[in-house]
Design a protein around this ligand. Structure first.
Ligand code: IPM
Ligand code: MG
Length: 368
């Protein structure tokens, strides 16, 4: 009997709608070759959902996600919805979904592909050999802390508040993911904070240090976030696994993306490791966002979405060898010299989203 997995597909806005179908095709190819059944069901999120239903996360979408074994996500947002009040914007759909499913651990690998070293704006001598896993806390901190809001004073002036708040429980569970992931990599964990200024960071540091005693085989260091931002572009190879709070992780993971040559290469997984029966609920999405400047042109790089599908197999479906095959296929297609615009060197020929998807599908087929 074949196992059937239910995959919720949420393409969203901008290039999300262009790259997600390529990731679906790759999963279908794996399904056929490996004898896995996939049931794909699409739903609206973000701006597309606002236009159709008035809100960024329709109840039907949330219900579908809760039933699914995993969620394949594109991207949300765009200039069309930027005028809306903060609480109604397209991005809220994604934030609400992360919160509702309690996906507190966001894994963002940033690996410098050897054949793309020259696509990075940084020098070869700096980026070569970079292989970092950024683990970003995703359901707490400044993004969700209370109180928050803008109040108007009697004299017409205004006051805006966001709060960075973490409980020891929230810190411990994401730090544990950090140690567990580091253990499967090069056993080095950098915990990033701002403990020279923020009390919440002091608490973070204490909890992580305490937990580190359970992981004597992992080398733990504490790095201040400003210093980490500098070190990432100065000597990125010094890092293996990074664990940090929500906003710091948002910023540092964009920075780390440059090390991989292009944002178009970076996948991510948002996980809740405490899923029932050991099952890991997860959203799998490219880090690049909607890229309004190139949306609708068919030129976006589908590799981040396709590598996100590989992460889906690895973390939610426990199919690591199928994930390896997708990663190998991507590697081979790049080795053969095929490039989308974002990773093409000057003068190099660039192919479109579908053409890159086709090549990777073919390369996946021959892995079986
Ligand atoms: C990301 C994005 C999101 C975030 C936005 C789209 C809400 O920047 O996933 O990094 O800030 O988390
Ligand atoms: Mg971001």
């Amino acid at each position: 009997m074949t196992t059937t997995y239910r995959i919720a597909v949420l393409p969203g806005d901008g290039i999300g709608a262009e790259v997600t179908p390529e990731a679906v095709r790759v999963l279908q190819t794996v399904g056929k070759a490996a004898g896995l059944g996939f049931e794909f069901e699409s739903a609206l999120i973000g701006g597309a959902a606002i236009d159709a239903t008035g809100g960024p996360l329709p109840p039907a979408t949330l219900a579908l996600c809760k039933r699914a074994d995993a969620i394949l996500f594109g991207a949300v947002g765009g200039p069309k919805w930027d005028h809306l009040p903060q609480e109604q914007r397209a991005e809220r759909g994604l934030l609400a979904l992360r919160k509702d499913l309690d996906l507190y651990a966001n894994l963002r690998p940033a690996r410098c592909f050897p054949m793309l070293v020259d696509a990075s704006p940084l020098k070869r001598s700096v980026v070569e050999g970079t292989d970092i896993m950024v683990i970003r806390e995703l359901t707490g901190g400044l993004y969700f802390g209370e109180p928050r809001g803008v109040s108007r004073e009697a004299d017409g002036s205004a006051r805006g508040v966001n709060t960075m708040v973490y409980t020891s429980r929230e810190i411990e569970r994401v730090a544990r993911v950090g140690f567990d992931v580091a253990r499967k990599r090069r056993r080095k964990l950098a915990s990033v904070d701002k403990a020279n200024v923020l009390v919440v960071s002091t608490l973070w540091r204490e909890i992580v240090t305490q937990l580190g005693k359970e992981y004597p085989d992992v080398a733990l260091e504490h790095v201040l976030v400003d210093n980490c931002a500098m070190a990432l572009v100065h000597k990125p190879t010094q890092f293996d696994t990074i664990v940090t709070e929500n906003t710091f992780g948002d910023i540092l993971s964009d920075e780390a993306a440059i090390l991989a040559g292009s944002m178009g290469m970076l996948p991510s997984a948002s996980l809740n490791h405490a899923g029932a029966g050991g099952k890991t609920v997860g959203i799998y999405e490219p880090v690049h966002g909607t890229a309004p400047d190139i949306a609708g042109k068919g030129i976006a790089n589908p590799i981040a979405a396709i590598l996100s599908a590989a992460m889906l197999l690895r973390y939610s479906l426990d199919r690591p060898t199928d994930a390896d095959r997708i990663e190998r296929a991507v590697f081979q297609v790049l080795e053969q010299g095929h490039r989308t615009g974002d990773i093409a060197a000057r003068g190099e020929k660039a192919i479109g989203t579908k053409a890159m998807g086709d090549l990777i599908v073919q390369a996946v087929e021959i892995q079986y």
